[in-house]
Design a protein around this ligand. Sequence first.
Ligand code: AMP
Length: 429
Amino acid sequence: MSFNSLGLSDALLKAISKKGYTTPSPIQQKAIPPILEGKDVLASAQTGTGKTAGFTLPILQLLSQGQHLSRRPIRALILTPTRELAAQILANIKEYSTFLDLRSTVIFGGVNQNPQVTQLRQGVDILVATPGRLIDLQNQGLISLAKVEILVLDEADRMLDMGFVRDIERIIKVLPSKRQNLMFSATFSKDIKKLAMGILHNPVHVEATPENTTVDAIIQKVYPVAKEKKTELIIKLITEGNWKQILVFTRTKQGANKLTESMISAGIKAAAIHGNKGQGARTKALAGFKDGSLTALVATDIAARGLDIPLLPHVVNFELPNIPEDYVHRIGRTGRAGASGEAISLFSPDETVFLRDIEKLVGLNLPKENIKGFEPDPNASKEPIKQGQGRQQRDSTPRKPKTDTTNRSSNNSFGPRRPSQNNDRRSNR
Ligand code: AMP
């Protein structure tokens, strides 16, 4: 299938080809036609599948065909859980709308509101927003949502995880009741279904199933290592392997900071990205990582969610996640948009339970490789370390193990669904 056959306008096709896309991803093939028909859509899709273009392209087409009002009221509202995701969606919209007369902007918290208000005053057709700042500006009477025709809830599961459900309900109350609704979520817990039922009308369900995907392989390796030697090992891997771009995951913000400092002391250009970092620092770190001036980006799970970092050759789990689903999200950062990658986990004895849960979830026995001089003490305690938060409760059904017993798992660039998320607050990430 080509983009031409999806019924998109010439202006959009030109922008798509400028972006270098040749074939629509499965979620795009499935979501674009019903959205163009004006239907509500409930899509099961995750970052990395091409979902952003899946909803922004048809929205741009619908808005450009619609009535042009000189004052440009907000006609499409896209709600996202994080600032990074919001900024990325806006960047995509700007690219896709290069040849259209549509204006778009983004608002999120953590930065001065004045430039955002100035943009809004000038009139925008499409607004990308995180819920908190939107409500804030709305309460101040600085924003009107009375003319919204299309509402998108992106990463709805993550919005619920982050406790935005009340905010979403408040926002919906001020929207016109007649509107098109699109909801994207990686997982469908009871709460998500409830939210969807309250918002969507006769939605068309779409999902990017594994059969339809260009599945790339991620090579997964586990290095058993003494806990106190993890830092030394990761530095060795990066320097001796001459790795140029590596995304490293830690469980906590403190852990991310500590590791970053050690890397910097060892001469590796590194930065941490987590919830305690200001917006400026996060944006700078991400930009540095993308342009190659930083070798390592050390992130917590929440901070990494939604980041669009293409073609990552290496992802390292410096610490295994205590939420097994996070493992799948993490390793999905390698080999996105068509390339393959390597996901390495540094596994210490106290993480035995975490590894067991991960292997159960992915249905694979991950291959373990000892590195001489770094092996853990065989008598070390296998008890999980206490972090003050403990292991969190799952509210979702664990995935059935797959029959595949190779060391490869399907990457979800343009594809496979991710397993379910937990409904926790993960406050120290
Ligand atoms: P998303 O899931 O929206 O975050 O997109 C993941 C990545 O895939 C982004 O870097 C997009 O620019 C890219 N992408 C989206 N659609 C396509 C396509 N049809 N062909 C190639 N790359 C795409």
